[in-house]
Design a protein around this ligand. Structure first.
Ligand SMILES: Cc1ncc(COP(=O)(O)O)c(C=O)c1O
Length: 394
């Protein structure tokens, strides 16, 4: 068989985990808590169907023409105003529309990383961010984390080196742990970046999915030294399939992200950008978000309540104040991989926590998504998983 000579960075990667998750979630009789998606019936299909027609009428043939790499102007203007409400002052020149926030991570890696440069992260952290940074040849260093997110003083312990480039954080309802960075740490971190010679990548796809009181604003709101790049996404609050996200960054960084984007996809789909803009500017975002939050809050509460009823006492988990995930710990010595093998036989799936660890760890942890399954599936799937746990952990 043909064995192509691939780049070293891609040759060592298999992408197997993602493929396995997709395979599991696509089997119709499996109740899956593995993905991180909205339920398909919560996607605003009717509104966006009408809006796509409106966008064609309003913007005419221009919507089918090439656009600018910075993004659709009205959407960028909307983002400036929206970020101002979150406490982030940004000029238009500091905003680029990306094809999902995932492209924001990719463009940041492209702009900053040389082979063997180092990215500082939390452990565990978002799987695809790990993969993106690996593709650019990065190696990793880790700050300590607790129930309030990354511990700033632990960053001071990391040996200072000119190849330390980025600090990557998901400050709200982190994927996978559901943990949120505390307000005092949000204020402290930006001021540390200059001394550590780092740029902080604030990846925030879950910041609007808040179910309890007391929400903290972005880290970027405290960015006096212009060392924070904020990545936003419309995936979790409108539609992941439209692939629209954005970055807010100092102009000097935006200029480089634009160059990177030109060689990736030129620009994000004009029609998708126009649709997201019309949805937001037409006043549909707030009510849609309210409705999503109500649905997801109920599902989170239901899942927690059913877990309480069915999971063994030796298993522990957190109660996230927002986002899409509950993080579960099995007793030490028991693996989530072993549990998953048994769970799949009972047609229930989740994602094992170790996928989110670079270089091993977390073998007794797992991530449960509560947004995608219906309430009936949550009742049934969690009770099945509880039964499997009782046998597996006995
Ligand atoms: C932490 C984090 N960042 C980025 C993304 C990618 O989102 P998008 O669809 O905007 O590319 C996800 C999606 O699951 C995520 O969990």
């Amino acid at each position: 068989m043909f064995q192509p000579e691939m780049s070293q960075n891609i040759a060592n990667m298999s992408g197997q985990v993602i493929r396995d998750i997709l395979k599991l979630t696509q089997q119709p009789d499996v109740i899956s808590f593995a993905g991180g998606m909205p339920p398909t019936d919560a996607l605003p299909h009717e509104a966006l169907r009408e809006i796509s027609g409106l966008a064609f009428e309003k913007y005419g043939r221009e919507v089918l023409q090439y656009g600018t790499s910075e993004g659709f102007l009205p959407l960028r203007e909307f983002i400036v105003k929206w970020m101002a409400k979150k406490g982030v002052k940004a000029e238009l020149e500091e905003v680029i529309v990306t094809s999902g926030s995932q492209q924001g991570i990719d463009l940041m890696a492209k702009a900053f990383l040389n082979q063997d440069d180092r990215v500082i992260m939390e452990k565990p952290t978002y799987l695809t961010a790990i993969q993106i940074f690996q593709l650019y040849g990065a190696s990793f260093l880790f700050g300590d984390s607790d129930e309030n997110g990354i511990v700033p003083s632990s960053l001071q312990q990391i040996s200072k080196h000119s190849t330390n480039k980025l600090l990557y954080l998901v400050p709200n309802f982190q994927n996978p742990t559901g943990v949120t960075l505390s307000q005092d740490r949000r204020k402290e971190l930006p001021g540390m970046m200059a001394e550590l010679k780092l740029v902080l990548v604030e990846d925030d796809p879950y910041g609007d999915l808040v179910y309890d009181d007391n929400h903290n604003g972005p880290i970027k709101a405290h960015d006096q030294d212009q060392r924070v790049v904020y990545l936003g996404s419309f995936s979790k609050i409108i539609s992941p399939g439209l692939r629209v996200g954005f970055a807010v960054a100092p102009e000097a960084i935006i200029e480089k992200l634009v160059i990177g984007k030109q060689s990736s996809d030129v620009h994000t789909c004009n029609l998708a950008q126009a649709m997201i803009y019309e949805f937001c500017a037409g006043g549909l975002l707030e009510p849609h978000l309210e409705s999503l939050k109500n649905q997801y809050r109920k599902k989170r509460d239901l899942m927690l309540e059913v877990m309480d009823r069915h999971f063994p006492r030796s298993v522990s988990w957190n109660k996230p104040g927002g986002g899409l995930f509950i993080w579960v710990q099995l007793p030490a010595g028991k693996t989530a991989q072993g549990l998953l093998k048994e769970a799949v036989k009972e047609k229930v799936a989740f994602i094992t926590g170790e996928c989110f660890y670079v270089g091993g760890g977390g073998s007794n942890t797992l991530r449960l998504n509560f947004s995608n399954a219906s309430s009936a599936q949550i009742e049934e799937g969690i009770s099945r998983l509880g039964k499997v746990m009782h046998t597996y952990l006995a």
